[in-house]
Design a protein around this ligand. Structure first.
Ligand SMILES: [Zn+2]
Length: 213
């Protein structure tokens, strides 16, 4: 299982000052839409372009919006636009006009799960910092009261972050270097502890070490 991300086709002028500590999940409030629709809607608001870092279609395709390091435009409360990654789901998982969807497609949930796990690993974000837009803006239901939030958080908690190192002799050391940002797992959720290291990978590890020293 891997994360297939379609790279951004938008040139968005925003400062590279985002330091992700949170992952914030939204819905589009539209039963059917594409990332191009969201780009257009946000441009019409006078923004620099799509406010989210990622958009996930109902079929489970992940599209890149803003770059992760760019300031977002999806949650102004708590200065979250420079402290989080914003992910938007196609769909309208609440009562709204004739748009209402009561079920989040399994493929979309799975893609959201994979992307969230990947971002948690990459930025060392605990499950407690995976939030709904609603948690910061209580006057909104976003990502909708029909989104199975409790179940989603439970699956994030249950799933071991790097399941393939569970019984490995070097497990504690692996967790330590991953948590410190010196090495990371593969996008498929595994660490592959017995793969050999190339010179390029070794250089990357040493460079990461130098960065934190
Ligand atoms: Zn929202």
């Amino acid at each position: 299982m891997s994360i297939a991300v379609v790279g951004s086709k938008f040139k968005i002028e925003e400062p590279n000052n985002n330091k992700p500590e949170y992952i914030i999940i939204h819905h589009a409030l539209a039963k059917h839409c594409t990332i191009d629709d969201i780009q257009r809607w946000h441009l019409e608001l006078g923004w620099s372009g799509i406010g989210y870092h990622y958009f996930i279609s109902k079929e489970g395709y992940i599209f890149e919006g803003r770059k992760e390091e760019q300031r977002g435009g999806h949650c102004k409360q708590g200065d979250m636009n420079s402290r989080s990654i914003g992910i938007c789901l196609e769909g309208c998982y609440q009562e709204y006009k004739n748009q209402t969807d009561k079920d989040v497609p399994a493929k979309q949930l799975k893609a959201l799960f994979n992307l969230t796990k990947h971002l948690q690993r990459k930025y060392n974000i605990p499950v407690s910092n995976v939030k709904r837009h609603h948690d910061f803006a209580p006057y909104k239901l976003c990502p909708g009261n029909y989104f199975p939030w409790e179940e989603f958080i439970l699956t994030l908690q249950e799933e071991n972050i790097l399941p393939d190192i569970d019984k490995h002799w070097a497990k504690d050391n692996i967790y330590k270097v991953v948590a410190a940002g010196i090495m990371e797992g593969f996008p498929d959720g595994e660490f592959k502890p017995n793969l050999t290291v190339t010179r390029a990978e070794l250089a990357t590890v040493v460079a990461n070490l130098l960065d934190i020293m």
